[in-house]
Ligand binder design. Sequence first.
Ligand SMILES: C[S@@+](CC[C@H](N)C(=O)[O-])C[C@H]1O[C@@H](n2cnc3c(N)ncnc32)[C@H](O)[C@@H]1O
Length: 241
Amino acid sequence: MNSNVIWHDTECGAYAADLEAWERLASESEGPILELGCGTGRVALHLARRGHEVWAVDLDAELIAALGERAAADGLPVHTERADVRQLDLGREFGLVIAAMQFIQMIGAEPERVDALRRVAAHLQPGGRLAAAILDGLPRDLWDAPAPLPDVREVDGRVYSSLPADLIADGQRLELRRLRQEISVDGTMAETEHAESLWLLDADSLERETAAAGLEARNRIQVPPMNGYIGSVIVVAEWVR
Ligand SMILES: C[S@@+](CC[C@H](N)C(=O)[O-])C[C@H]1O[C@@H](n2cnc3c(N)ncnc32)[C@H](O)[C@@H]1O
């Protein structure tokens, strides 16, 4: 397994607070589901194991390949596509498109995001829904929460630990800095810093943006804080032609 995949699994793999919400949305929809920014398939595999056919898209070739291998090994109905959601063109429509773990906040500032939402709308069948999980504004929990524990995973005797070390908000973006530590079998440790950033967004603004892309806001689902992860909100909007 390559280190990009291992770090992705380490930092995203244990999050489970949203799975029940995706399951519920999937059970209310018909036909295949499209997941945007699927990574190694935390959600896609979960839904496929529950009998849903999933189309899973990610920009990262290594992550999408790992998902394809895992789905094939378990005989699960997951179709993988390496694609940039900003230029998405799968040539088919879905009853449900999901974007988990703040994916929609990774694809750009408002103009770029609205363009991407238009691409997504073009992949929805009439009555189809987009459900996107976001960090709603700058929740107080972000600053008030106790110091987080590291995400840890062991692969082939090596221990991978990723500690959220700092959060920086600059008005438009929120940057999460992590300290990644890799401990080899002989106890040698290698440390690197890693940063990822999200565009700040709130549920009202996302609903306004989905409206600009032709989608009507339907409901919001609260995802509770769990095991050191703060809560989020899933904004659901419908394609009404
Ligand atoms: C935070 S991870 C979420 C992974 C997965 N959805 C989950 O919930 O575990 C975001 C993923 O979005 C992918 N990504 C970022 N920008 C993208 C883009 N423009 N198009 C497609 N995928 C993108 C990244 O490669 C990464 O795998």
